[in-house]
Design a protein around this ligand. Structure first.
Ligand SMILES: Cc1ncc(C[n+]2csc(CCOP(=O)(O)OP(=O)(O)O)c2C)c(N)n1
Ligand SMILES: [Mg+2]
Length: 309
């Protein structure tokens, strides 16, 4: 844990990338982290599992005025437990004043969150650990060259699914919600108001608070870095990335896309990304495109039926 960042800018001007290796231009993960950090403020410690964001911090520098703990890929929630316990003991013994308490934030990618880190996360929720878990979901093992992860969507090309992923994205929201933690939400940096409302709300909730952020990745999804916002917005507007939250046993959708004949078709989202180019050239793969669209339509039909009923 590095209590001070030697690059710390004055309060109110805290920004990412003060210390470590620059991330890719247009990184959708950073877009989420930047907004979340601005809301949480510097009294935070990020517990980060190996992944792209690990490159932000180069010892003894962190990209934030707050602190940073690096853990192995599977262990970030266990690291968070240790930090929370240490802080609680220091507070109980009055070795630190209450205003020096920190918000413990786990920061991992989807590979860690939905794969080898899932067991440690499940245990942390079972123990009702008071922490925030931010999973930036770039839908693959980004840092190691983009192999498919449990979060890779159907049909997407990765370096280990060069014909398109035959599998389906794991429903991490449902898996996390099934643990009945204090809060779970999906977010997207391209929808900053929805994101900010959710983070401002969870700041005041005790217990496990879980966030899954869509993180459009120009480098591995193959689109121009300037299109990150457009891709994020299309993911939400087409219904491909539902924005929702779970609280007190209930799931609520926080942004309902337009009806199916009025909203952008999912292929408008897919065709802008090189990872789906094989679905469009040399000829359209109507079967897979229709399957992806049908899955999204079915999802929203069920949501509408649920709210109507
Ligand atoms: C046990 C273990 N296996 C493999 C790795 C190598 N590794 C480092 S980062 C990474 C990818 C992690 O993917 P994700 O959690 O989605 O984060 P991203 O790289 O996409 O930011 C892998 C496989 C590791 N650090 N530890
Ligand atoms: Mg990833």
């Amino acid at each position: 844990m590095s209590p001070l960042n030697k690059n710390t800018p004055p309060l109110g001007q805290h920004h990412l990338l003060a210390g470590g290796t620059p991330a890719c231009a247009g990184c959708g993960g950073l877009e989420n982290i930047k907004i979340i950090y601005d809301i949480l403020g510097p009294k935070t410690i990020f517990v980060n599992a190996a992944g792209c964001m690990t490159l932000l911090s180069v010892y003894p520098f962190t990209p934030f005025p707050g602190s940073w703990l690096y853990t192995s890929m599977a262990s970030a929630p266990a690291g968070a437990q240790g930090v929370r316990d240490a802080l609680d003991i220091l507070l109980a013994k009055k070795r630190i004043p209450a205003d020096e308490d920190l918000q413990v934030v786990v920061l991992t990618g989807d590979g860690a969150a939905g794969g080898m880190g899932l067991s440690a996360t499940s245990g942390a929720m079972d123990r009702n650990l008071d922490f925030i878990y931010l999973c930036y979901d770039n839908e693959g093992y980004g840092n190691t060259g983009y192999q498919f992860s449990a979060a890779t969507p159907h049909g997407a090309k990765t370096t280990t699914s060069i014909m398109g992923n035959p599998g389906y994205k794991k429903d991490l929201f449902a898996i996390w919600a099934a643990h009945r933690p204090a809060y779970v939400a999906t977010i997207c940096g391209a929808e900053p108001h929805d994101l900010a409302r959710k983070v401002a709300k969870l700041k005041n909730i005790k217990g496990p608070k879980m966030l899954i952020a869509l993180a459009p990745c120009p480098t591995n999804w193959h689109f121009e870095p300037s299109a990150t916002i457009q891709i994020g917005k299309l993911a939400v507007q087409s219904g491909h990335w539902p924005l929702k939250e779970y609280e007190n046993g209930r799931v609520t959708h926080t942004k309902i896309p337009k009806p199916s004949d009025e909203r952008p078709q999912v292929e408008e989202y897919l065709c802008r990304q090189g990872r789906f180019s094989h679905l469009f050239t040399p000829q359209r793969n109507e079967t897979v495109l229709a399957e992806i669209q049908a899955k999204v339509d079915r999802y929203w039909q069920e949501v509408n039926d649920h709210y109507a009923g």
